[in-house]
Design a protein around this ligand. Sequence first.
Ligand code: SAH
Length: 216
Amino acid sequence: MVDNYRHKGMRKRLVAEIKFKGISDERILDAIDKIPRHLFLDSSFLEFAYEDKPFPIGSGQTISQPYTVAFQTELLEVKKGQKILEIGTGSGYQACVLAELGAKVYTIERQKKLYQRTKEFLPKIGYRQIKVFYGDGYKGIPAFAPYNGILITAAAPEIPQKLVEQLNPGGVIVIPLGEGDIQTMIRLTKKPDGSLTEEHFGGFRFVPLLKDKSDD
Ligand code: SAH
C-alpha cells in the first residue's frame, strides 16, 4: 500500500482547502494531513481521494466529505484518552481521525461486508487500537459505555434514546438530524441532571441511519 510524495502533496492541498473553509483545530488538520485517504478508496479512484467531496465505497454507502469529517470532529471537542463511540463505521476514515486525536475509538457498522472489510483494513494501515463492531448503532455498544462523546455519521430521523443513556454527564452527541434531503447538524450536551442542551450548526447531507443490521 503506497503512500508517496504525490499523495502527500495532494493531502497538503486538501488540508489548505479545509482550513480555508473554516476548520481551525490544528490537531484535526494534522490528522487529515497524516491519514492516507486514497487507501480507503478503490485504487482506480486516486484522483478523487483528495477532493473535498464524499465518495461511494460500495454497499450503497459513502466515505464522508473531508470537510464534514473535520466539522463533526471539531464539534466533539475530543480530548486525549476519551472514549468515543462512532455510529456508522463505513470506510473507517472518520474513526482514524478520532484515533489520531488520542481517543479510544469504538465504532459500529450495520452492513456486514463493509464491517468485515474495514475491520481487516484498519490494522493493515496501523490503526490496531480502533475497536470495530457489527450491529445496529441505534442500540449503541452498552458493554463499553459510558462514552465521553458519540458521533453519528448517518442522517438520523430522531435522537436515539439508547445513545443518550450511554453518554457520560458532560459528554456530547454530534448528530445530523432530519428525514429530508438536508439534515441539521446538532450538538447535544448531557447536563449532570441528565437533561440535554441543544446547539444547531447548519445543513449537511448524509446517507440515512437505518434500523437493524444487514447481512450483506
Ligand atoms: N464514518 C464513515 C462514513 C459513513 S456513511 C466514514 O468515515 O467513511 C454512514 C455509515 O453508516 C454507512 O456505512 C451505513 O451503512 C452506516 N449505518 C447506517 N445506519 C446504521 C446503523 N443503524 N448502525 C450502524 N451503522 C449504520
